[in-house]
Design a protein around this ligand. Structure first.
Ligand code: NAD
Length: 253
């Protein structure tokens, strides 16, 4: 097989939440595959910027708070002003807050659904409109979760949002496949990032989780790079609406 089909050379990838964790892992992997990166986030992205530029590609930081959809037009404008087009959107930014369902607050519910689902949808819509305007194919990759499949404990809003991400990935694929836009997801397992710090700091939860992972270890941000590059590449042109688990075998148990 011609491995050029896996290359992202000459592509422009917008990655949300690129400063740390899985977003940083995806940005670096896509840079290694040849893509220029637009990193979108609310915090300093200099660490990601250095790692991306070390691959000989360009990096544009766009500071934006994705709690609301207000910055979406500006994100697209800054990306287009710098690179003239976009080819790939990775909806990675997401938050989690833990509390018993019985005590869960409206504020936490709204913040999580707004960040993880509402902004993800409207950013995807803006990217799809741009792909149509450019008359090019496009790739959208949504970061889902094990809680797209399972209920979780003390994270009702997160589970609702990530279950929504899985369904929305299918819904958008159904409507946009005909435009040459691939909408797919990646469901990471239990990975070593800020998102799971509370779990890893709890010896009992940490041991119980580790015991259930067939691979016998937590995942690292770099572990989802291969799946992200594949789904963003021409090699995945006929893959639509599927969420690929990168979970050390968690779902297979
Ligand atoms: P993380 O907390 O390190 O990263 C979250 C990222 O989202 C950060 O870059 C953060 O700045 C960004 N973000 C959050 N709210 C934002 C806002 N309002 N505006 C702009 N950016 C915002 O954790 P992570 O594990 O790297 O999380 C990345 C994604 O992966 C999330 O969607 C998370 O739900 C998902 N995920 C993580 C795991 C895991 O085990 N770590 C498992 C499944 C899914």
């Amino acid at each position: 097989m011609n491995l050029d089909r896996f290359s992202l050379k000459g592509k422009v990838a917008v990655v949300t939440g690129a400063n740390t964790g899985l977003g940083q892992g995806v940005a670096i992997a896509m840079a290694e595959a040849g893509a220029d990166i637009v990193g979108v986030g609310r915090s300093d992205m200099s660490e990601t910027e250095a790692a991306v530029k070390a691959q000989g590609v360009r990096f544009l930081p766009v500071l934006a708070d994705l709690l609301s959809i207000e910055p979406i037009d500006r994100i697209l404008k800054e990306a287009l002003d710098a690179f003239g087009k976009i080819d790939i959107l990775v909806n990675n930014a997401g938050i989690i807050r833990r509390e018993d369902a019985i005590d869960y607050s409206v504020e936490d519910w709204d913040d999580i659904l707004n960040t993880n689902l509402r902004t993800l949808f409207f950013l995807s819509q803006a990217a799809a409109k741009q792909f149509r305007k450019q008359n090019t194919p496009g790739k959208i990759i949504n970061i889902a979760s094990m809680l797209s499949y399972q209920g979780g404990i003390r994270v009702p809003a997160y589970t609702a949002s990530k279950s929504g991400v899985l369904g929305l990935t299918r819904a958008l694929a159904n409507e946009w496949a005909k435009f040459g836009i691939n909408v797919n997801g990646i469901a990471p397992g239990y990975m070593v990032t800020n998102n799971t710090k509370a779990l890893r700091d709890d010896p009992q939860r940490s041991a119980a989780i580790l015991d259930r992972i067939p691979a016998g270890k937590w995942g690292e941000p770099a572990d989802i790079g291969g799946a992200a590059v594949f789904l963003a590449s021409a090699a995945a042109d006929y893959v639509h609406g599927f969420t690929l688990a990168v979970d050390g075998g968690w779902l297979a148990r």
